[in-house]
Design a protein around this ligand. Structure first.
Ligand code: SF4
Length: 384
């Protein structure tokens, strides 16, 4: 447990909680958006919100790669698998996300499509090697953290001369999404989402560094602290944000120094930029089209691009009716605001990506049950 236990230490947590209590000024609120689903789960799993004063609030952001994939791209993946008779490989969480008319990859698989769950891009390459007579498509999703392994797979496929392997690329970029949130009407005009600072993505920053966040911290005057995923990381980063907010600073600070540097992993960045280039626009679930927020495969590697290899038909994709995932991903609503939460929609019978994904906000609320503690407390207070 070396390097883990230290970040879950009860006494240290108490002392950071006391510092937060002391430094959070009673006359104001602190609304802190955690971009990553990993932070949301740490907050719920370890009861971090319960250790905060009443005026420190966490706002859940869109940082779950499964959750932000728009339904149309999922529908496209189902179509590639069904219509083109390929072997479609994907990570486990994607299998159960409902697309239009609640059709998911797992339902398509049950109906006969050859869809296989993999743990890494290398598994997908192996399937391609083992099945030279079949087309194998890797359904790639994720932020900057998962992009280098996809780049490695494409590079390796090229070196091996694997002609039956391609990638359906859905890799997205965090800095553009954070900038987009800060320009949204809910933040800028309506004031329905208040954000005073960000817990910044940590694993993403291990690849891209923290320099890419400096522009919008300055431009929008919002502090960012790159925070690890352990409970003490989240608490210490919250304290650092409260200090910046109190002092009127808006800088990018790095709490996750054991992994992240300002420059990031230059070798991984070079590999990614060799294989991918920016898309001019990409739709995010909840955020709509976000300019320059995703990657596509460069012309030089066009042979490995499933979007060029397989035609998909234009479609009218639709979310499950009443699912509030889009509003939750913008920080406008909480899972408990959704009338399907815990009734029609549970992890066993998910209606939206936020309940399926291991990083989704609805899954965090349900799994750790903190909303039940709060409801019970409110009922008790009302009865007193
Ligand atoms: S509870 Fe289910 S239906 Fe409601 S927002 Fe979450 S995932 Fe969507």
């Amino acid at each position: 447990m070396k390097y883990v236990a230290e970040y879950r230490d009860k006494d240290l947590a108490k002392s950071v909680a006391s510092a937060i209590q002391r430094e959070a000024k009673p006359g104001r609120t602190y609304n802190i958006m955690e971009f990553c689903g990993g932070h949301t789960h740490a907050i719920f799993r370890y009861g971090v919100q319960n250790l905060m004063p009443e005026n420190v609030h966490f706002v859940h952001g869109p940082g779950c790669p499964v959750c932000v994939l728009p339904v149309r791209r999922l529908d496209d993946a189902v179509e590639i698998a069904e219509r083109h008779n390929v072997i479609l490989c994907t990570y486990g969480d994607m299998m159960r996300v409902p697309g239009t008319k609640q059709r998911s990859l797992i339902r398509a698989k049950a109906d006969g499509a050859d869809i296989r769950m993999v743990y890494s891009t290398l598994d997908a390459l192996k399937i391609a090697r083992d099945n030279p007579e079949r087309e194998v498509v890797f359904f790639a999703i994720g932020f900057e953290t998962t992009t280098p392994p996809t780049a490695v797979a494409i590079k390796q496929a090229e070196e091996e001369g694997l002609k039956n392997f391609s990638v359906f690329c859905n890799h997205v970029l965090t800095p553009s999404a954070i900038g987009h949130i800060l320009q949204s009407p809910e933040v800028r005009e309506l004031g329905t989402v208040q954000i005073d600072g960000f817990l910044g993505p940590s694993h993403v920053s291990s690849v891209i560094g923290f320099e890419p966040y400096e522009y919008f911290a300055e431009e929008f005057q919002k502090p960012v602290v790159i925070a690890g995923f352990e409970p003490l990381d989240v608490m210490q980063s919250t304290l650092m944000l409260i200090r910046q907010i109190n002092e009127g600073r808006h800088e990018v600070e790095n709490e996750y120094t054991r992994v992240v540097t300002r420059e990031g992993n230059l070798k991984a960045q070079a590999l990614v930029s060799d294989i991918f280039e920016l898309r001019t626009s990409f739709e995010w679930r909840g955020l709509g089209p976000v300019p320059y927020s995703a990657l596509q495969i460069r012309e030089n590697y066009a042979d490995f691009d499933a979007e060029r290899r397989f035609e998909v038909s234009p479609k009218q994709s639709r979310e499950v009716k009443s699912c509030e995932c889009p509003a939750i991903l913008r920080g406008v609503k909480k899972p408990t605001d959704c009338k399907l939460f815990g009734t029609v929609c549970t992890p066993d019978n998910p209606m939206g990506s936020c309940m399926v994904s291991s990083e989704g906000a609805c899954a965090a609320y349900w799994t750790y049950g903190r909303y039940r503690d709060k409801t019970a407390r409110q009922q008790k207070e009302a009865a007193a």
